[in-house]
Ligand binder design. Structure first.
Ligand code: SF4
Length: 341
């Protein structure tokens, strides 16, 4: 069934006041394709067909969050309650996501998530008593405005905005403090570790944290990426074709430290992205980027819409496949007084 989004619903001109924040998800989406950004973050168009990889990432993340929250509140206890909290949180997240969307089922199962969490606890058992949780799931808003002549020259029309995000953890480990970010991957773990070494998300989090502490002196030294790989191959054995073999479960903690120039280059990149976004809000053209319709042979979620209705004033979507969801905002609970200047 096709549905029509009227020009009123799809109003393409937003004022600057309606665009007060940008986070890494918004920046990445805008850079990938402006039309995709419009569908995802202006119309809030969501699909009923979820990503199995994203579901696994959310469920594993929920387990980690509940586990470390328990440790933050109660310290390292030997009663198994932190693990239990992690497992219950994983199950709840799995059930909630699975009830909302449909998934192509593969090896990224709840059972493999439970197994991975158990393996993680065993692999990092020596953290007990040595890893101290300072903060957990801390959202932030940083006021971004032009500061130098060079910036005023480069972005004369840029309006102030908030850079937002949510750090997984801040920890002390072996006498050093770190931002601690959980990441899951289906790629070989060494390859992913190299890719993450230029992560704009992590650079932004370090930038925000240094701002929060008023300088590098008391801020964490850098980020520790808590990487988890889960992969499995389809069996070709007779009688088992199409089923998945024993999964590869691996972990790696990858330290990332950025110098002042890295962080300033990140800042310029963010200013540049938001400058383009604010201009696009006024133009309202939201041009397509055909280079991004297929990524690693995976089609963009909105391909059928782009193929059926190129004109934004005559936008149609299949109501059996898409629905209008909620706006994405990671730091909406941060009050005006808590904005980092
Ligand atoms: S299908 Fe291509 S043009 Fe359309 S939103 Fe996705 S990436 Fe952009």
């Amino acid at each position: 069934m096709s549905s029509y989004i009227s020009p009123v619903q799809s109003s393409r001109n937003f004022t600057a006041s309606k665009f007060p924040h940008c986070d890494n998800t918004l920046r990445t989406c805008f850079k990938t394709c402006k039309r995709k950004f419009y569908f995802q973050h202006r119309l809030h168009l969501r699909t009923y067909y979820g990503s199995t990889a994203l579901r696994y990432g959310s469920v594993y993340h929920a387990a980690q969050e509940a586990f470390y929250n328990h440790i933050k509140e109660n310290g390292w206890t030997r009663d198994g309650e932190a693990l239990k909290a992690g497992m219950l949180a994983a199950q709840k997240e799995w059930e909630e996501i699975s009830a909302k969307e449909q998934f192509y089922e593969d090896y990224r199962t709840l059972e493999n998530c439970f197994n991975s969490v158990l393996r993680y606890m065993s692999e990092f058992a020596s953290d007990a008593g040595y890893l101290k949780v300072i903060a957990s799931e801390e959202p932030f808003k940083v006021l971004m405005q032009l500061e130098t002549e060079k910036e005023f020259d480069a972005f004369p029309d840029l309006k102030p905005f908030h850079f937002t995000g949510k750090k997984d953890l801040e920890v002390e480990l072996n006498g050093r403090s770190w931002i601690f970010e959980h990441k899951t991957t289906g790629m070989p773990i060494d390859q992913q570790a190299v890719r993450l070494n230029r992560s704009a998300q992590v650079m932004g989090y370090i930038y925000a944290t240094i701002k929060k502490y008023g300088g590098r002196k008391n801020a964490p030294d850098g980020a520790l990426i808590n990487l988890h790989q889960l992969t499995a191959r389809k069996s070709t054995a007779k009688g088992k074709e199409g089923t998945y073999g024993e999964p590869t479960i691996a972990f790696r903690r990858v330290p990332q430290v950025f110098n002042d120039n890295d962080l300033y280059q990140w800042r310029l990149s963010m200013l540049d992205a938001v400058d383009s976004m604010q201009k696009e809000e006024k133009k309202g053209t939201w041009v397509m980027n055909h280079d991004s319709c297929f990524n690693y042979n995976k089609a963009c979620t909105y391909l059928s819409i782009c193929q059926a209705s190129e004109d934004l004033d005559d936008l149609r979507y299949d109501e059996g496949k898409y629905y209008i969801g909620e706006a994405w905002e990671v730091a909406k609970g941060v009050s005006a007084e808590d904005v980092i200047i």
